[in-house]
Ligand binder design. Structure first.
Ligand code: GAR
Length: 192
């Protein structure tokens, strides 16, 4: 997948809906010399998203759109094109993008999901893994296609589920791994 030409870094946009801890880890990663990305924009569907604070802290452009219809998505696409964005990283972005949006950025949208896909697509992944008495859960970075949490998997990290783990404890343990997995996934796709 030739997203990168020569030694140029590519402009990416990170989409968030909430806390933005994955965004923060991607910002830190983007500042490394070896990193192939520049985070040019942070986009959210939620103007109250805590993660938007990182736009102010790290002086990154931020925009909020409601993503409620095709018209709003068109505005997002225009903004992304205007800013020369070549890769979108969904990081705790809780809206489902339309087929036509995904088509516009075919093969150029990544998502991080808190389960070992294809297990537990969708919501409440930790509750479901614990309820099913799974020994492991984890996280996955994958390309986004038009089916929910079903695109090609880039990398995964297993996390052991301990007897006393609650969904909250497990979520915390997995999140720590997510912060390493997303940068590793980006390094991987640029080395392909
Ligand atoms: C992360 O656990 C991420 O995998 C998950 O939301 C959390 C966001 O945390 N994403 C999804 O569930 C997407 N379906 P963050 O805002 O601190 O990065």
């Amino acid at each position: 997948m030739a997203l990168l030409t020569g030694s140029n870094k590519i402009n990416i946009a990170v989409f968030i809906s909430g806390t933005g801890s994955n965004l923060k880890s991607l910002i830190k990663f983007s500042k490394l010399k070896k990193s192939p990305i520049i985070i040019k924009m942070i986009i959210s569907n939620n103007y109250k998203a805590k993660g938007l604070q990182y736009a102010n802290i790290y002086k990154i452009k931020k925009k909020v759109f409601n993503f409620k219809n095709i018209l709003s998505e068109k505005k997002v696409i225009n903004e992304l094109k205007k800013n020369d964005i070549h890769l979108i990283c969904l990081a705790g972005f809780m809206k489902i993008l339309s087929k036509s949006f995904i088509k516009n950025f075919k093969g150029k949208i990544l998502n991080i999901h808190p389960s070992l896909l294809p297990k537990y697509k969708g919501l409440n992944t930790h509750e479901r893994a614990i309820r099913n008495k799974d020994k492991y859960s984890g996280c996955t970075v994958h390309f986004v296609n038009s089916r929910l949490d079903s695109g090609e998997i880039i990398n995964q990290k297993k996390v052991r589920i301990k007897k006393l783990d609650t969904p909250k404890i497990l979520a915390k343990k997995i999140l720590i791994q997510e912060h390493k997995l997303y940068p590793a996934a980006i390094m991987k796709i640029f080395s392909l």
